[in-house]
Design a binder for this molecule. Structure first.
Ligand code: MG
Ligand code: ZN
Length: 225
């Protein structure tokens, strides 16, 4: 026997009040960022999709090719535990803060407000926020960033877009990472692209390999546009 039970209504009712508080603080954060002239990007994606690697590559490109000084770039990394990703990004010399959520599976805007207090906001021009690896609930908690970047892992299958339509719909840019190994694992990247176009026709889509360096320049141009 099988069947589908849609639980959407109950879940929405429970989350509504938390969501409203989060939204209010997110718009305050946006105001602070705008007044300081900072462009902020939130990266979401499942565990191991390569969010940190994509951010690392883009920051390297911005510093070496686009004339950004390292102190002008900030990074806030959310993880359930450890500061491994932040240590990696901090090696680039940028301002990097780790948020350990203590078990929580997504970042909320109060995390960002707290992290911003520990950054030298006056020298920042760009802010990269890496959400906890999770394709579901980060979607429902805006963090005040100007653009949302969804990092999809081309190596984990062609069904990521159709299984997470809400997340795909709520992002501005889709980065399909690891395209260099898609063939080897039998994944058709063009199917991911066409599914993504259908679900979110407005999103800009980039085929990337953070490991090899494919597509990073084009993606960086989009962030700066
Ligand atoms: Mg990471
Ligand atoms: Zn969550």
């Amino acid at each position: 026997m099988h069947g589908v039970v849609e639980m959407v209504y109950e879940t929405i009712k429970i989350n509504k009040s938390i969501g409203a508080l989060n939204e209010r603080l997110a718009s305050e954060i946006r105001k602070v960022l705008d007044e300081a002239g900072i462009r902020a990007f939130e990266f979401l994606g499942g565990p191991g999709a390569g969010k940190t690697s994509v951010i690392e590559r883009v920051i390297q490109h911005l510093i070496s090719e686009k004339g950004f000084k390292s102190k002008e770039i900030g990074y806030i990394g959310g993880d359930v535990a450890t500061s491994l990703d932040t240590e990696r990004i901090a090696k680039l010399g940028v301002q990097a803060i780790q948020i350990n959520t203590g078990g929580m599976c997504h970042l909320e805007s109060h995390h960002i407000a707290t992290a911003l207090k520990r950054l030298d906001v006056s020298s920042l021009k760009l802010l990269f926020i890496e959400n906890v690896g999770n394709l579901v609930c980060p979607t429902y908690f805006r963090l005040g960033a100007h653009k949302r970047v969804l990092v999809l892992d081309a190596a984990t299958g062609e069904d990521k877009v159709v299984k997470h339509p809400q997340t795909v719909r709520e992002c501005n840019i889709i980065v399909i990472n690891k395209v260099d190994i898609a063939d080897a694992v039998g994944v058709n990247v063009d199917k991911l692209v066409s599914d993504a176009r259908r679900v979110n026709p407005r999103a800009k889509i980039f085929k990337v390999s953070a490991k090899v360096g494919i597509g990073i320049r084009e993606f960086a141009e989009e962030l700066l546009s």
